[in-house]
Design a protein around this ligand. Structure first.
Ligand SMILES: [Zn+2]
Length: 571
C-alpha cells in the first residue's frame, strides 16, 4: 500500500522537523525512552546498518537531544558520512568550539567496516552523555563523533567467516576497504578516497586536539579486552610522546580499576607475526605495528596533535567489545577533560615551534622521516591465552581456527615488548621547499593536508640545496594500487634558480613537520612513496623539489632580478 507508506514517511518527517526546532530536551527522559542501537535491540547478534545509524541519529534529534548534526562529506557511492557534535553548551561551528577554550576530541568508528563495535559503542555513548542530566565530560570537551566513517564498506555485508575470519561475530559484517577497494587506514598520506579527503577537511576546519580511531584486533590470543597505541612516528614529538607517557598509562590503570577491563599497548605475539621484528632469534615477544603516517593515528601525531588507536579484542563477544570500547572512549574523554589545559598548551606549542624556525634558525628541530622498530625492547609482563587442539576440524567459536579451542587459561609471561620506533633518518627543515610549477597535483594535495602553499610570479634565485637521485627503488608488488617508490641520493648546496610559477611551501607554519615528512625525497611515507613525483624523476636527475635556506634573502635576490615578484611570506 504505497499511499500509506508515503503518508507515514511524511508524518515522521514533519515531526522530526518540528522537534528539531525545539531548543530544550523534553524532560524528564528516562533510559526507557532512549533510542536503542541495533545490537541492543538484537541481543548483540547484529551490528548497525547505515540506515540504522541514520535512524538512530534521527531519533536523538527527534527527542531534542542537544547535538549538532552534519555530514563530513560523501563516500564514493554517494552516502553522506554523518557526524555529531556534542558539548555543553552546544556548538555547531569550529569557531564556536574554539571560543569555548576546551580540547576538541574527534572519535571515528568503522574505518574498517567489519570491525563494527566502534560504531555501535559511539552511538550509545553519544546518547548516554547527551541525555545525562548530571555533570559529565560534555561540560569540559567538545566531542566530534563520526560513527560510520567507511559507510560503503559497512553495507557490503557478508558472513563474519568471510569478511572477518578472526573475529567472534556478529554473524554478518561489512568489509575492510571502501567501495573503491582502498584501505582507508593506509590512505592518510595519498588521500585518494573521498572519505579521507572529507576527514582531512574536518581536521583542517575543526583542528581537533585529539583523534581516536576505533578498530578490532586481527588475531593473537592475548588477555586484553582492548589494546591501544599512541602515534608511533618519532616525528610525532608532541602528541605521540605525551599520549604514550602521560595519557595511556593512566588510561590503562583506570580501565582496570574503574571499568574492570585489562588493557595494554597494541601488538601481536612475535610467534603469530612472522617477520614482525628483525631479530630472528627472538621467538617470544610482543610487537606493535608501524610508524608511518599512512595510518591515521600516526598521521595525526605528525600534525602535532594526539592520535590514539583503539583495538577491541576480536575474540571477545560483540557485547564485550562494545562495552570495552565504550569504556575506553569514555575514559579518554574524561582524562582529556581533566588535562584540558595541558593538552591545549601542547597544541599551541606544536604549532608555534615551526613558526619559531622562521624567526630563529637556531631553534630548528630535526624531523625524523624514516624509522625502525626499537632493537632494545623493554621486558614486560604480557598475558597470553592458551589454546588447545580439539583433535578434529571442528569450529569451536567464530574466529578461532578450526581444530582449536580456547581454554580460558591465561598466563602472564615476561617477554620483550617492542612498542616504539626510533628514527633512522632525520632531516633539518629548510626555510621552505620549492615545488616545480608543473606539479600542481602536489600543491593541491598539500593544501588538502591543511598546508599553506604560495606561488611565485617570476623566476628567482636563492641559496639552497637540490637533490640528485642516485637510485630509484620501486616496489615490485602493487600496494593499494601503487608501486611504492624509494629514492636514494644526495643533497648539494648551491644557488638555486627557480622558474616562475613555482610553488613555495614554507616550513614556518603549523604542521611544519608534516611539510618535511611529505616532501623530503627519502621519507618512508611521503609523496615520493606514493608516486606523485614519478613523472619528474630519473636516475642521475634532479628531484623536482628544492630546499631553500632563507626566503627573505631569496626575495632580495629576486628584487634585483625581477620587479614583479610575489612575496612568498605573505598569504
Ligand atoms: Zn582495523
Amino acid at each position: 500500500m504505497p499511499t500509506v507508506v508515503r503518508w507515514s514517511f511524511l508524518a515522521v518527517a514533519t515531526v522530526v522537523d518540528l522537534v528539531a526546532c525545539t531548543p530544550a530536551v523534553r524532560q524528564p527522559l528516562t533510559p526507557a525512552d532512549y533510542p536503542r542501537t541495533r545490537p541492543e535491540l538484537t541481543r548483540y547478534r547484529e551490528t548497525s546498518r547505515y540506515a540504522d545509524v541514520r535512524k538512530f541519529l534521527d531519533s536523538l534529534r527527534a527527542l531534542g537531544a542537544p547535538l549538532s548534526f552534519g555530514s563530513i562529506g560523501k563516500t564514493s557511492e554517494g552516502r553522506d558520512i554523518p557526524y555529531v557534535i556534542a558539548s555543553r553548551p552546544l556548538v555547531s561551528t569550529a569557531s564556536e568550539a574554539r571560543r569555548l577554550g576546551r580540547p576538541i576530541v574527534y572519535v571515528q568508528g568503522n574505518i574498517h567496516a567489519g570491525e563494527v563495535e566502534g560504531k555501535d559503542a559511539l552511538l550509545a555513548l553519544i546518547r548516554d552523555l547527551t541525555f545525562s542530566s548530571k555533570p559529565n565530560v560534555l561540560d569540559s570537551v567538545v566531542l566530534i563523533a563520526v560513527p560510520i566513517y567507511n559507510a560503503d564498506g559497512n553495507e557490503r555485508l557478508a558472513p563474519q567467516s568471510v569478511n572477518r575470519t578472526e573475529q567472534n561475530g556478529p554473524e554478518m559484517v561489512g568489509v575492510r576497504p571502501n567501495a573503491q577497494n582502498f584501505d582507508l587506514n593506509r590512505d592518510y598520506v595519498k588521500a585518494e578516497a573521498p572519505e579521507t579527503r572529507a576527514s582531512l577537511g574536518m581536521f583542517n576546519t575543526w583542528d581537533p586536539d585529539v583523534f581516536v580511531d576505533l578498530h578490532t584486533t586481527d588475531g593473537s590470543f592475548h588477555g586484553y579486552a582492548l589494546t591501544y597505541s599512541p602515534s608511533l612516528s618519532p616525528a610525532a614529538v608532541f602528541g605521540g610522546v605525551y599520549a604514550r607517557d602521560s595519557l595511556l598509562p593512566v588510561l590503562r590503570e583506570r580501565m582496570r580499576t574503574r571499568d574492570g577491563f585489562e588493557v595494554f599497548d597494541y601488538g601481536n605475539f612475535v610467534s603469530d607475526e612472522h617477520g614482525a621484528i628483525a631479530d630472528t632469534s627472538v621467538h617470544e615477544g610482543w610487537a606493535t605495528y608501524d610508524s608511518r603516517p599512512r595510518f591515521g593515528t600516526n598521521y595525526y601525531g605528525i600534525r602535532g596533535r594526539i592520535g590514539i588507536l583503539s583495538e577491541a579484542y576480536s575474540h571477545d563477544s560483540l557485547a564485550r567489545r562494545i562495552a570495552s570500547t565504550y569504556a575506553f572512549v569514555s575514559e579518554v574523554l574524561s582524562l582529556v577533560a581533566e588535562k584540558g589545559d595541558a593538552i591545549r598548551s601542547l597544541t599551541a606549542r606544536a604549532d608555534s615551534q615551526p613558526l619559531a624556525w622562521g624567526r630563529s634558525p637556531d631553534s630548528v628541530q630535526m624531523v625524523a622521516i624514516r624509522s625502525e622498530l626499537v632493537t632494545t625492547p623493554r621486558m614486560m609482563d604480557v598475558i597470553k591465552e592458551d589454546l588447545e587442539k580439539t583433535g578434529d576440524s571442528s569450529l569451536t567459536q567464530p574466529g578461532v581456527p578450526r581444530g582449536g579451542r580456547r581454554t580460558g587459561r591465561f598466563r602472564t609471561i615476561r617477554m620483550p615488548v617492542y612498542d616504539r620506533f626510533t628514527s633512522t633518518l632525520d632531516r633539518t627543515p629548510p626555510a621552505a621547499y620549492v615545488v616545480a610549477p608543473e606539479d600542481t597535483a602536489v600543491a593541491t594535495l598539500l593544501r588538502l593536508h591543511g598546508i599553506r602553499v604560495d606561488r611565485s610570479d617570476s623566476a628567482w634565485t636563492a641559496r639552497g640545496e637540490s637533490f640528485t637521485i642516485d637510485s630509484i627503488i620501486t616496489a615490485p608488488r602493487t600496494f593499494q594500487g601503487h608501486h611504492e617508490v624509494r629514492l636514494k641520493g644526495r643533497w648539494e648546496r648551491g644557488l638555486q634558480t627557480l622558474p616562475p610559477k613555482s610553488f613555495i611551501v614554507s616550513t614556518a607554519q603549523p604542521r611544519g613537520e608534516l611539510v618535511v615528512y611529505l616532501l623530503e625525497p627519502e621519507s618512508d611515507d611521503g609523496f615520493t612513496t606514493w608516486n606523485l613525483f614519478d613523472s619528474g624523476i630519473k636516475k642521475g636527475g634532479r628531484f623536482p623539489v628544492t630546499r631553500i635556506f632563507d626566503l627573505r634573502r631569496g626575495r632580495a635576490a629576486n628584487r634585483r632580478s625581477s620587479a614583479a615578484t610575489t612575496d612568498p611570506l605573505q598569504n
